[in-house]
Design a protein around this ligand. Sequence first.
Ligand SMILES: C[S@@+](CC[C@H](N)C(=O)[O-])C[C@H]1O[C@@H](n2cnc3c(N)ncnc32)[C@H](O)[C@@H]1O
Length: 218
Amino acid sequence: MFSRIAPHYDLLNRLMTGWQDIRWRRFVIGKTNLPQDGYLLDLGTGTGDLAREALKQYPSAHPVAADFSLRMMRIGKENHLKPKGTWTAAHAGKLPFPENTFDAVVSGFLLRNLSDLMGSLREQYRVLKPEGRFVVLDTTKPSQNPFSPAVRFYLYTVIPALGKWVAGLEDDYTYLPESMDNFLRAEELLAYLAAVGYKKLEFKRFMLDTVAVHWGVK
Ligand SMILES: C[S@@+](CC[C@H](N)C(=O)[O-])C[C@H]1O[C@@H](n2cnc3c(N)ncnc32)[C@H](O)[C@@H]1O
C-alpha cells in the first residue's frame, strides 16, 4: 500500500494536516538532543522528511533513513540526504543494526501500521545507545469531546475524498482513519514504552488530540 501511495504521499500529508506535519517533525527532531556527529535512525522513513529535518537542526548528524518500501525511499531520494545521510532497506521487526548503535531513534506515523508493535519497540530499544533518545510521532485514538463529530467527518469523509481526488486512491485513504481508530490512546502507548524500558517518558498531543509525540530515554 505504501508503495502505491508513494508518488502523492508528501502532497497529501501537507494537505491533510494543513502543513502542520512540518511543525510536528521539527518538534520531534528538537526532542532528540543529538550530540555532535550523532547517529539517528529514522525508521519507516517514507520519503525521508524526519531524516532531512535532522540534518537541518543538527548539520553534523548522520541520519539513517530506513523503510521496507523501496519506492517511498526512491521518491525521497529526489531530495537527497547529502552529505552525511544514508538510506537503507529495513524491516521494523528485525533491524539490520548491532545493539547500541544510535544516539536517537525516531519514527513518524509508523507504529500504528505494525503487526507486532511490541516486537518492533524492543528492536528499536536494542539499537539505541544507553542514554539515547527515542521520539515517536503518530496518530492517537481521539478521545470523545465536543469536536468528535467534526473530527470523524474530517477523518472518514474529507480524507478519503482528498485521497481519491489527488491520488485516485480512496480505499488507501480510508485505511488511515481505520488504523487510527484501531491504534492506542496516547496514555496506552506511554505504558507500552515504559514496559519496553524507557525512562523519563512524556508526550504531547497536537491537532485536536488526533496526533501525539512521545519521547523518552533508554
Ligand atoms: C505513513 S508512512 C510515514 C512516512 C514518514 N515517516 C512520515 O513521517 O511521513 C509509514 C512508512 O512506514 C513504512 N513501514 C510500514 N511498516 C513497516 C515495517 N514493518 N518496516 C519498515 N517500514 C515500514 C511504510 O513503508 C511507510 O513508508
